[in-house]
Design a binder for this molecule. Structure first.
Ligand code: UDP
Length: 477
């Protein structure tokens, strides 16, 4: 098997943001473990991060993964500040669209790579819709990687097809997602701006993404069939997509050492070692969310009032430190909590037995990592497709409670309606202490076992990956 697969050379081309690069590198690893030759395409400033992730996790069973770089367009071409080759390097999220536009200029150098290396398949991010045409020029099949759940992919399609939000008069009025399993209800406030007439550019971009997806060879999804059966079935049978659920991809980092390789040894893990099972709430809003100082103050007060132990990732906020920390907060809570200013080893933290709840923004990677770890969630969606993931976690999987976020706001949180400290306190107490929590925890643990089974030999994701590899092999002969 391994030898035959070695004739297959696949290019993986993730969008330049943590939430896209992390699962895509894991995916390259999953294919490489099958003996496939995997090459990750990125830009020079992103190569070291990817290279570090690969080197530390590469095992002797895994085929070597290569990195090929293409130059990011110059600042004169893009108007972006020097050195902004990654979404997280942008000084402001207002530059997000400019950044996406800049990545269009990667098409030409990407095609040069295809010309010289002629891989058997390209797995390119959804934010590179032009990649379907690039691959087609060379007769190469293109797979799309959205980094989203089947649930959200399907919900987007339903929103596009039936525009149910048009039947409501108020932004806060609930509507049902028609022809979508589970009677899912949302409001206009929660759906992304690209479904609304006012954001013409975003709407056009999403149309382009969809159109390139429909013309692509198919879609690889970081999920597993048992987690969202109805939605996976609908996506394939009703919406006609060729899709392979091959996740959870993060499970390719099988042991602690491999996972630790991705993030440096961290004091916080030692802190958790001293805590009782299921006693700590872990709070992290992914790599992009930028909450206001006042929202941060409310979170701090809510955590303190809950009386529970916490680990809170605040990222880099050093420029106005005193503005968001309530006076004396750190001194008062020094026995109870840890604040991480920077990058946390999230996958390891979540799997630590001390963690009893996860306050998450419902980015798909985080949500799935919560599932893999079997930890109930407090859902706090902010932007992107996070409000849909919240519905999946809370209403379908029933392993989370909402904190009460009401309005989609593209990564910055809802300024007009910031979540107050008592909502945070209530949600934390509910998930860590009440009877209902026990039921959620049991369900979460069950899903975690199912996730592990899915990627083992004979599991659904394992089999889907085999089928896909065989299909790509047959195309290449
Ligand atoms: N992450 C991490 N440490 C951090 C912040 C984020 O390891 O301090 C990882 C997290 O585990 C996940 C990814 O970054 O794999 C974030 O992806 P997600 O889809 O959850 O959210 P996004 O950052 O795209 O909003």
């Amino acid at each position: 098997m391994a030898n035959k697969n070695a004739s297959l050379n696949i290019f993986f081309f993730p969008f330049l943001a943590h939430g896209h690069m992390i699962p895509c590198v894991d995916m390259a690893m999953v294919f490489a473990a099958k003996g496939v030759r995997a090459t990750i395409i990125t830009t020079p400033l992103n190569a070291p991060t990817i290279s570090k992730a690969i080197q530390k996790t590469q095992t002797h069973q895994t085929k070597e993964i290569n990195i090929q770089t293409i130059n990011f367009p110059s600042t004169t071409e893009t108007g972006l500040p020097e050195g902004c080759e990654h979404v997280n390097a942008l000084p402001s999220l207002a530059l997000l669209q400019a950044f996406r536009n800049a990545t269009r200029l990667l098409q030409e150098p990407f095609e040069q790579l295809l010309l010289h290396h002629h891989p058997n398949c390209v797995v390119a991010d959804m934010f590179f819709p032009w990649a379907t045409d690039s691959a087609a020029k060379f007769g190469i099949p293109r797979l799309v990687f959205h980094g989203m759940s089947f649930f959200s992919l399907g919900a987007y399609e339903v929103m596009r097809l039936y525009e149910p939000y048009k039947n409501t008069s108020l932004d806060s009025e609930l509507f049902v997602l028609p022809n979508f399993p589970g009677e899912i209800k949302m409001t206009r406030l929660q759906v992304g701006s690209f479904f609304r007439k006012d954001d013409v550019e975003a709407k056009r971009f999403w149309e382009e993404i969809r159109e390139s997806e429909v013309r692509s060879y198919g879609v690889v999804v970081n999920s597993f069939y048992e987690l969202e059966k109805d939605y996976a079935d609908q996506y394939v049978k009703e919406f006609g997509r060729r899709a392979w659920g091959i996740g959870p991809l993060s499970l390719c980092n099988k042991d602690k050492e491999q996972k630790r390789g991705k993030e440096d040894e961290h004091e916080c893990l030692k802190w958790l070692d001293g805590k009782a099972t299921g006693s700590v709430v872990y709070v992290c809003f992914g790599s992009m969310t930028k909450f206001s100082d006042s929202q941060f103050r409310e979170i701090a007060l809510g955590l303190e009032a809950s009386g529970k132990e916490f680990m809170w990732v605040v990222g880099k906020r050093e420029e106005n430190e005193e503005e968001w920390v309530p006076e004396g907060f750190e001194e008062r809570t020094k026995e109870k909590g840890v604040i991480i200013r920077g990058w946390a080893p999230q996958a390891l933290i979540l799997e630590h037995e001390a963690i009893g709840a996860f306050v998450t923004h419902c980015g798909w990677n985080s949500s799935l990592e919560g599932v893999v770890a079997g930890v109930p969630m407090i859902t706090w969606p902010v932007g992107a497709e996070q409000f849909y993931n919240e519905k999946l976690v809370v209403e379908v999987l029933k392993i989370g409670v909402p904190v009460g976020a009401r309005k989609w706001s593209n990564f910055v949180g809802d300024e007009d309606c910031c979540i107050k400290c008592d909502a945070v306190e209530k949600a934390v107490k509910r998930v860590l202490a009440e009877e209902e929590a026990e039921r959620m925890r049991n369900r979460a643990k069950l899903l975690a076992q199912m996730a592990k089974r899915a990627v083992e030999e004979g599991g659904s994701s394992y089999s889907n990956l085999d089928t896909l590899v065989q299909e790509l092999l047959s195309l290449s002969h």
